[in-house]
Design a protein around this ligand. Structure first.
Ligand SMILES: Nc1ncnc2c1ncn2[C@@H]1O[C@H](COP(=O)(O)OP(=O)(O)OP(=O)(O)O)[C@@H](O)[C@H]1O
Ligand code: SF4
Ligand SMILES: [Mg+2]
Length: 352
């Protein structure tokens, strides 16, 4: 059976859900994506994100982890078309349902954001204008993307405030400053989900919240994701959050993905030395106090200019590491960029 799709029109979530044809395709495909800063005369200056590849299917949660400055947010910004003007996608593809997003005009991209891709950023205070009540802001957002009466929009907003477990009527008539951080982040989640997007990009959505509120918000995100079968790209410093909730993981170092694969595989059998150290360095709740906490050697953010980006900090580094390692498959659902991958695959040193 051939199904013809007009990719010049925005796809509605309902339409796609009905079509099993799409379920076999990745929802989002990032191929060979590179992002550079622009120097004088808008010429490519420094390559900040290098040849990134990953896919996400509907209903899948992919986590991106890596230390500060590794390129997680730039990757997220690129795929929602929100890179700062001083930066540019210099090569690669970003396809949503097979449609190339890098070719869309700013107007088309604006229509796509919110409607098809929603994003939740760390700075939830910035998600709302301080002097307009939450309810009015959500109605306005809904009406700017959908043809819907004010009354119906209000009904929908109240339903969604309830869905994210907020006291809907009270929050509807509140100003942002009257809500706690956790309540505001829930309201931001309602703002993202009420459009029933295909993909939610959540960049450090709980970093500014306390431990318990963070857990609750992320659990809620997982619950709603499962209910609506949307895909989630979860970016987090907190490896435990990512290990607990994601289906697959991409580990970034120095603007590159150094290892990716199914979360369970990577948890049990990390292969890249950086992934191994990340797993060993994470705090694990246990009755037994570890004799020695593992610390990743070297200066955080130190990136080798040539060869493997992790070489200057890698305890396994050897001569060949002065050449950039290629991503290679290790098993059915794991890929790694490391010259020592064959040797490393024999170790099983990560705690679960
Ligand atoms: N507007 C910009 N101009 C130039 N360089 C930038 C700009 N924004 C980010 N960078 C650089 O790009 C690299 C990747 O930044 P990015 O914000 O993606 O890191 P990150 O992995 O999200 O870090 P964090 O965990 O701290 O949020 C960093 O070295 C950063 O300094
Ligand atoms: S390629 Fe070499 S330096 Fe890089 S992670 Fe592997 S062993 Fe370490
Ligand atoms: Mg970031």
């Amino acid at each position: 059976m051939t199904i013809s799709v007009d990719f010049t029109q925005p796809l509605t979530n309902d339409y796609v859900k009905e079509e099993t044809f799409f379920q076999s395709l990745p929802l989002l495909e990032i191929k060979n994506l590179s992002i550079s800063s622009l120097g004088e005369n808008k010429k490519e200056d420094i390559k900040l994100v290098k040849n990134i590849n990953f896919t996400i299917k509907s209903g899948e949660m992919l986590g991106i982890v890596g230390e500060s400055g590794s390129g997680k947010s730039l990757t997220a910004c690129a795929l929602v078309g929100l890179l700062p003007k001083s930066l540019k996608v210099t090569e690669g593809q970003i396809k949503l349902h097979g449609r190339e997003l890098l070719n869309l005009s700013e107007k088309e991209m604006r229509r796509l954001r919110g409607n098809e891709i929603a994003y939740i950023f760390q700075n939830y205070q910035g998600s709302f204008t301080p002097f307009i009540k939450i309810g009015n802001q959500l109605i306005e957002a809904l009406r700017s993307h959908r043809k819907i009466s004010k009354l119906d929009a209000k009904k929908k907003v109240l339903i969604w405030l309830e869905r994210v477990k907020l006291p809907a009527n009270q929050v509807f008539t509140s100003y942002p400053y009257q809500l706690s951080g956790g309540q505001l982040q829930r309201a931001a989640l309602a703002a993202a989900l009420m459009f029933q997007p295909f993909l939610i990009v959540a960049d450090e959505p709980t970093t500014a919240l306390d431990v318990l509120t963070s857990e609750n918000i992320l659990d809620l995100l997982v619950e709603l994701q499962k209910e609506y079968n949307c895909a989630v790209l979860l970016i987090s410093h907190n490896l435990n959050h990512v290990l607990k909730r994601t289906d697959s993981i991409a580990v970034m170092y120095g603007g590159q993905i150094v290892e990716r694969g199914l979360t369970n595989e990577i948890r049990k059998n990390p292969i890249h030395p950086y992934t191994k150290l990340l797993l060993q360095a994470r705090p694990v709740l246990s009755r037994v106090v570890p004799e020695k906490l593992v610390v990743i050697p070297g200066e955080p953010g130190l990136v080798a200019e040539q060869g493997c980006a992790f070489a200057l900090r890698c305890p396994k580094s050897f001569k060949k590491c002065s050449i950039l390692p290629k991503m290679q498959s290790v098993g059915d659902s794991q890929w790694v960029a490391c010259h020592a991958a064959d040797l490393e695959a024999d170790y099983t040193n990560a705690s679960s």
